[in-house]
Ligand binder design. Structure first.
Ligand code: ACO
Length: 330
């Protein structure tokens, strides 16, 4: 390895499916209401994939947008990492399906499963691979068709999740003051059943029983997860600031995973930050898991909220339980 290289973002892209579901849609067939959903979650709408539309298809559009944003062609990519819990099929990876949709062969393509922390995990790994100088143009995608694994009859989860994809292309920069300045990742497997899909894996392979008992759908212990997520996200933000030697005020934007507006707001008010310093998209897209941070990053990059030289923190907590944060100078 040569001198320290900055691992910078060369381009971003995103995609959300066309169909939009508002809170009244759920109230029309479930024992719920907009008056319950909005104040407890901050969610007004979420998007849902069309019949036949898959995670890899969404990832392809997000990738094409990121390539265009970076001024690159698909053939410039030399590594593909997809964070997802909703690959098109259990086998092969969504990344290999995406690779094929992009018309690429030969380069490594693989999925990582860190639930909602997937994009942060992927960017940290991409940054590390860039340091090895083995790869130069790494595509990191967070893509989820969560409505495919959400039980439409379960009011505890049905209202929360949406579908989307986001892509980030990472590249080396000779300027070590740019790119990832701090990162940390963590997990606590003792809480694996806070949010999980009990059926369809090696523990409970698909059977008539697993289908009948709806074990292929996501189950969530919402209240416990909420408490753990608030505490863990706050601790992750504190750790990232402390270890980087930065103050919250130094950051142009904090982009947290979007699971619940109350979690985001508790982190923001604790730091004493104005609203515009903490990205929010959960109101429009619901919880899009690995896509949520990338959606906000792409939006902020394109609308000029963020520009080269700005400091930004990405911070996530998700199933597993997993968590992580990065601070980047763009
Ligand atoms: N409509 C009406 N009532 C509902 C609904 C609904 N859509 N959903 C749940 N309820 C009921 C429950 O049945 C429960 O009733 P009970 O008390 O009779 O059993 C009650 O509402 C729970 O109410 P609250 O305690 O007020 O709900 P809470 O404030 O915990 O909000 C929520 C629930 C929104 C799910 C919250 O717990 C949450 O956001 N949890 C964390 C989610 C999270 O952090 N996810 C991130 C990691 S995982 C991932 O992103 C994939």
């Amino acid at each position: 390895m040569g001198q320290h290289l900055g691992a910078i973002i060369a381009g971003t892209g995103s995609y959300t499916p066309q169909e939009v579901l508002d809170n009244d849609y759920f109230a029309s067939y479930l024992d719920t209401s907009a008056e319950w959903i909005l104040p407890r979650t901050g969610i007004r709408t979420r998007h849902r994939v069309a019949e036949g539309e898959t995670t890899a298809m969404m990832a392809k559009v997000a990738t094409e947008n990121a390539l265009e944003n970076a001024g690159m062609a698909a053939s410039d990519l030399d590594h593909i990492i997809v964070g997802t819990v909703t690959a098109d099929r259990p086998l092969p990876s969504a990344a290999c399906v995406l690779q094929n949709l992009l018309g690429l062969t030969g380069i490594p393509a693989w999925d990582l499963q860190a639930a909602c922390s997937g994009l942060v995990y992927g960017m940290v790994i991409a940054g590390t691979l860039i340091q090895t100088e083995l790869y130069r143009n790494i595509l990191v995608v967070g893509a989820e068709a969560l409505t495919r694994i959400t039980d439409p009859e379960d009011r505890n989860t049905a209202v929360l999740f949406g579908d989307a994809a986001a892509a980030v292309i990472m590249q080396p920069s000779p300027d070590p003051s740019r790119g990832i300045l701090h990162s940390h990742l963590g997990s606590d497997g003792s809480k694996y059943d806070y949010v999980w899909i009990p059926g369809g894996g090696s523990a409970e392979p698909a059977s008539e029983k697993t289908v009948h008992e709806r074990l292929h759908y996501m189950k969530m212990r919402g209240r416990e997860l909420f408490k753990f997520a608030v505490h863990t996200m706050q601790a992750s933000i504190d750790r990232a600031l402390e270890e980087s030697g930065l103050q919250a005020d130094d950051l142009k934007l904090i982009i947290p995973h979007q699971s619940n507006l109350r979690i985001i707001e508790s982190c923001r008010t604790r730091l004493g930050l104005p609203r515009e310093k903490m990205a929010v998209n959960v109101d429009r897209f619901g919880n899009t898991s690995t896509a949520s941070i990338g959606l906000s990053l792409d939006e902020a990059w394109r609308d000029g909220t963020l520009s080269e030289g700005d400091l930004v923190m990405l911070v996530a907590v998700g199933g597993g339980i997993t968590w992580g944060a990065v601070i980047l100078r763009l």
